[in-house]
Design a protein around this ligand. Structure first.
Ligand code: B12
Ligand code: SF4
Length: 521
């Protein structure tokens, strides 16, 4: 096979940005898979140019012009940028392949704009793309392995791509690693609820940790496991065998049910500095938060207690909530979250608006069946730019009023001050303040207030939000145009739209209920 010139782009940002938080953190959010794909392509004897796009690079010039093949990794929020890039590359004769969360969630849509769309990806899938590297148009080919890969290149093998990416991070430098894939829990809204739990080879993890100790005085590792620590003892033993106590700092997403006090003692001893557990709801998902049948204020007290215990061991804690779940009704869920903020002031609250990412989760089929999914352009589907499911128990105006009120409460000067006081060490204190005063706090309050105002005043808003019209409000189109800047002209006109019910149609051959009858979910 001839030697191919291959480009690999990891779209961490969906557009150019100047935000302080992005400057400090985006390079730390690089994905593992584009680096793994780069390693595999090199192993097959090809030339690779890799770019992690953090929103500060000149995308037009960052890669060589004469590429045979380009792989783009994108979240759904970056889909429109990815589509525009693909059409620019195709115009130069480059074959394009899309992988990552967007390709997994919206393959039918992505096939219209890419020659290859990749779901679960292992080395043999990449070999297939390399061997068949030719345009597939108008519809790209969808390839997916039967499941998650059994092994992935470790840090040592990915280092040639990690190092230049971390050079862009001015302060914290987080090395992305994986200890496991999938999850044994079954949270119905989650992409991993149907992916079997699978630990990765601990000897690779040990080698990688030892390798990192040769590269940094004090490495910082971010585990990308969907639910870190499911096999807690073997994972901790591997760390203890490879790392002298406290020489590496770690961050991980882990569920509350795994964070018992004995586990916290061991996590602290082993250098864990940041944890991101999901609470999601005060009325459901008790298994994950280890609160069983507890509901409402009882669950708030129990979880706040647990979170305060965690904060005695772990300096940085983000607690994740989903707003707009079907189990929520009236003021209570929002008021309960405020009480939680009062009772556990040191935790940073991460809010996600309920979102159905295409075929990410089985539950999305039911939302589509019920005709509740709204075709907000992908650019806004990042858990806060838009909520693409009509809330079951709120009007849109009522819902946004609650979301704005809760966001204001969470990022008020009083809450920021209490969070800073309850956080022991400098970097976590500083991160919490920057997040609160930049895009996540004040930025979101301003954005949600604009949406709320337009729900009253913009004649295009309510019909679209209520699925009475499929015409995307000009407000959203103008934003995409503005954000994409020079790439706007490469975005195919129809790529602003997508079919919000494509998953349902692909699996059941059904159209959603055109009479808009609500099904009980
Ligand atoms: C770790 C994680 C993060 C980390 C690291 C992100 C990163 N850059 O990788 C952090 C905390 C930074 C993060 C941030 C966000 N995340 Co996140 N995150 C996850 C999580 C928990 C695990 C993903 C993971 O790495 N798995 C391990 C890899 C190996 O498996 P995989 O993702 O399934 O990938 C397979 C294939 O998709 C493919 N593949 C993946 N990437 C690529 C790239 C190429 C080029 C190719 C060929 C193939 C390929 O190969 C893999 C092996 O089969 C998932 C939820 C989950 N449980 O999976 C959410 C998830 C991916 N995140 C999600 C979201 C929405 C976000 C945010 C927008 C949240 C926010 N509002 O800030 C941001 C966006 C960040 C960004 N733009 O980079 C959504 C994505 C939905 C979507 N369609 O876009 C998910 C699915 C969670 C959800 N809500 O359901 N996230
Ligand atoms: S515990 Fe987390 S990763 Fe596992 S299914 Fe639930 S939300 Fe998904």
């Amino acid at each position: 096979m001839r030697k191919l010139h291959i480009g690999i782009i990891d779209l961490v940002s969906k557009c150019p940005t100047h935000a302080l938080w992005a400057r400090v953190m985006n390079a730390n959010f690089a994905s593992i898979m584009p680096q793994a794909v780069a390693v595999w392509c090199q192993e097959e004897g090809h030339d690779v140019a890799y770019l992690c796009y953090t929103g500060f690079e000149d995308l037009a010039d960052a890669l060589p012009e004469n590429l045979d093949l380009v792989f783009i990794g994108a979240f759904t929020e970056a889909a429109q940028l990815a589509y525009a890039l693909s059409s620019q590359f195709r115009s130069r004769g480059t074959v394009t392949a899309l992988g990552g969360p967007h390709a997994r969630c919206y393959p039918q849509d992505a096939q219209k704009y890419f020659d290859f769309v990749l779901g679960f990806t292992d080395k043999s899938i990449i070999r297939d793309v390399l061997a068949g590297c030719a345009p597939n148009r108008p519809m790209g080919v969808h390839l997916s392995a039967a499941g998650q890969p059994a092994a992935l290149p470790g840090v040592r093998e990915r280092w040639a791509f990690i190092e230049p990416t971390l050079k862009k991070a001015p302060l914290l430098k987080m090395v992305p690693m994986l200890g496991s894939l999938g999850c044994p829990y079954k949270c119905s809204f989650c992409i991993d609820s149907v992916v079997p739990y699978q630990p990765l080879d601990m000897s690779v993890m040990k080698e990688d940790l030892a390798f990192l100790l040769t590269k940094f005085k004090r490495p910082l590792v971010a585990f990308h496991d969907p639910n870190f620590g499911v096999q807690f003892d073997s994972c901790m033993s591997a760390i203890e065998e490879a790392v002298p106590a406290g020489r590496i700092d770690f961050a991980a997403e882990s569920s509350l049910s795994l964070l018992s006090e004995p586990h916290l003692i061991r996590l602290k001893r082993n250098g864990f500095k940041a944890l991101l557990p999901g609470i999601e709801s005060w009325y459901s998902l008790g298994e994950k938060s280890h609160t069983g049948q507890l509901r409402g204020m009882d669950k708030v007290r129990e979880v706040a207690d647990h979170v305060n215990t965690i904060l005695r061991y772990i300096p940085y804690l983000q607690t994740n909530f989903v707003l707009g779940l079907d189990t929520d009704e009236g003021d209570e869920p929002f008021e309960l979250t405020k009480r939680f903020i009062d009772l556990a002031p040191g935790a940073f609250p991460g809010y996600s608006l309920l979102s159905a990412f295409g075929q990410a989760a089985p539950l999305n089929l039911q939302y589509q069946q019920a005709g509740r999914v709204i075709a907000f352009p992908f650019h806004f589907l990042n858990n806060n730019g838009a909520m693409n499911i009509e809330p079951r128990n709120y009007s849109w105006i009522g819902f946004y009023d609650h979301v704005i009120d809760l966001t204001r409460y969470s990022f008020s000067p009083r809450a920021i001050y209490r969070r800073a006081r309850a956080t022991g060490t400098f970097i976590p204190k500083w991160l919490n303040v920057v997040r609160a005063i930049s895009s996540e706090g004040s930025g979101r309050i301003a954005y949600y207030s604009e949406i709320r105002r337009r729900l009253d005043e913009d004649p295009q808003f309510r019909p679209f939000f209520e699925r009475r019209s499929s015409e995307i409000p000009q407000f959203y189109i103008d934003r995409i145009k503005n954000d994409l800047g020079p790439f706007w002209r490469w975005l195919p006109e129809e790529a602003i739209q997508h079919d919000p019910d494509a998953y349902l149609k692909s699996t059941m051959g059904e159209t959603p209920d055109s009479e808009r009858v609500r099904l009980a979910i």
